[in-house]
Ligand binder design. Sequence first.
Ligand SMILES: CCCCCCCC/C=C\C=C\CC(=O)SCCNC(=O)CCNC(=O)[C@H](O)C(C)(C)COP(=O)(O)OP(=O)(O)OC[C@H]1O[C@@H](n2cnc3c(N)ncnc32)[C@H](O)[C@@H]1OP(=O)(O)O
Length: 727
Amino acid sequence: MAATRTLSHTVAVIKINNPPVNALSTPVCQALIKELAEVKKDPSVEAIVLCGANGKFSAGADIREFSSAARRTVSLEDINAEIESTTKPVVAAIEGVALGGGLELALSCHYRVAHIKTVMGLPEVLIGILPAAGGTQRLPRLIGIPAALDIIVRGRHVPATEAFQLGIVDEVVPSSAIAAAVQMARKVIGKPMDSRRLSTNAVQYNINVDAFLDTALEKAKRQFRGAQAPLACIEAVRASAQLPYQRGIEKERQLFASLWATGQPQAQQYAFFSERNVGKWTLPSGERWDNVRPCQIRTAAVIGLGTMGRGIVTSLSKSNIPVIALEQDTKQLDSGKKAVNSLLEREAEKLKKQGNSFAEGNGLGSVHFTLNFEDLKNVDLVIEAVYENMNLKKDIFRKLSSIMKPDAFLCTNTSGLNIDEIASVTNRPQLVIGTHFFSPANIMRLLEVVRGRHTSPTTIATAMSLGKMLGKVAVLVGNCPLFVGNRMLGPYLEQANYLLEEGYYPEEVDQALEEFGFAMGPFRMMDLAGLDVGWRSRMEKGLAGSGVPPGTPARQREGNRYCPLADMLCELGRFGQKSGKGWYQYEKPGGRHAHPDPWVRDFLAKYRKTYNIKQQAVHPEQILQRCLYALINEGFRVLEDGIASGPEDIDVIYNNGYGWPKHRGGPMYYASAVGLHEVLMVLEGYHKANPDVPSMKPSFLLKKLAAVGGPPIKEWRTQLGKLPNKL
Ligand SMILES: CCCCCCCC/C=C\C=C\CC(=O)SCCNC(=O)CCNC(=O)[C@H](O)C(C)(C)COP(=O)(O)OP(=O)(O)OC[C@H]1O[C@@H](n2cnc3c(N)ncnc32)[C@H](O)[C@@H]1OP(=O)(O)O
């Protein structure tokens, strides 16, 4: 039953029932219409309470229906209008979540009562659309333009206490919201309701709305880089102030239709479901997320309090897991402790602003700092987060192996080293796993969980469940050099470097990719990460520095093209932000504002002259194709090698760890949207002209998928089924 009805004295309680989140699917809407019609004409009913089953009001429209062949036959706004015009008072009893269409439904009720732990909001912008069931018109009428705009454009979840302060709900209760709503309904029977019908009110404001919204629009264009939904949200809110309600609704609908035509909602909704699907991992042996039980992690330890370790400690502590943080000497321990404390204070501040606080015994109090490995012996799980050096990591794992209790999980936060080699020095390779966090680890949502050859299904389940506890999106990947995200970054950065050789400047390449929607272009990103990191690794591999065999041409390694520009910068001490100079110049070492550097222009001009390279004209389209198709091609190789279980996994990794614009779905989704044939043609053309760049040789899988007509992304798995799976 999509909705049920009971009677409490003269109050009818209509309950939405559509597990797991009471989405307002077509059957739910039909049931609501039926129940409403019946209670309206039932003389024994004097008031109505609307609520959701299983402690959740509603997570809004059923997103799956948006793209399904069966188009909605019922408009949510028509139901809302029906509720609002009812002469019997309607009270929403909000528990758990009231999101999107769920909150819009509640806004059409005459009163709202919320349980104190509820969150509500209009998060449609995060799936590429705008609230299209009257939300953009009713919310500004209730709480004013600035507050409504903030909620709609950011799509943020508003806690019940804040919702009460803003006037979204009339009452917040610590116990049953349904019981409180029934009480309220009985109180308001017979009271005048005109002012409670939001659509009949005018928006109140004492600001210059146009100027305010124009500023918001400019800011959103900069902040959301090409995403259309935030801009449409602002225009819809403008309509609430300028137009009568009904015309505002028409505008809302028009904006929705234009957004849909951009293709961005489809990409963002694909990203939404991909994020949920990556948690449903399956191993070739048949073990899966739903048949392997994770172990409970009651205590954890982190080794190394550098940038990554500090973030990981904070993340664990924020999730109420007591942590032991270990460093090798007092100086590093003290500086790590100071940094962790300051991060935790910031987290506590954020929670305070949201009306929450750390529960007693959690947060700061749960971190114990130590120099002594023996202190770790009883924890359930340890995460090693020292710098990337195989010998150092092996030493630590040897030690852990002898100290830790036999069933403790040993995780390594490497960003690309071999998990099997690390596991090989332990007495429990089945309990060793890679947990690759992204910096800053207390903020970035991605966690690559890397399975080694001997890692057990229980260890995988535990690491994946830990990711969820930390509020991260955990993606299971196989063990290969650099895993998935960093491996794909290699060819992307390689092309960015080649573009500099050929005549482009760092700021031009960055600009093209930032306009595409990346949070940061490749050169800004390299400056932030530190150019010395890659340099050291290239030296270790004999590609740079004294390890290069004598007589090797400067722009060649092992017969292939090589760009030595980054090595040359490092030799000059230009390591990026940390040294105040890299691909850009900064106000000081550690400075964060990148300025184009005339020195770099001069350096590139001399370099081109030395190697007789003719400078080419700048084509932003070429920058995109070269960098993005190189990345995508490597993504296909990752799939071919069975390192990720599907294109969605890669897309989730890029959306959440590498600043890929979500409104473009992810690199593999983007390839399918551009057309696999088009991607293949560009790669083929480039590779024919540049056979010394092997990373641009079209992958077997791309060719195969293009040959069968470039099927939609959801059908790629049929081809993948025939390939090896290294998970
Ligand atoms: C031309 C096209 C025509 C289209 C016409 C449309 C007309 C438009 C009219 C009205 C528009 C209304 C706008 C909306 O309401 S859009 C929906 C807005 N709501 C959201 O964005 C909320 C999304 N959900 C969440 O944020 C979370 O799921 C949350 C509710 C907070 C619960 O989180 P959590 O407890 O972590 O659980 P999961 O995220 O794993 O979700 C559990 C399962 O539920 C599925 N789910 C969640 N929300 C929806 C939804 N709104 N519709 C469908 N399914 C949903 C989710 O996928 C999980 O499923 P599974 O277990 O199978 O993985």
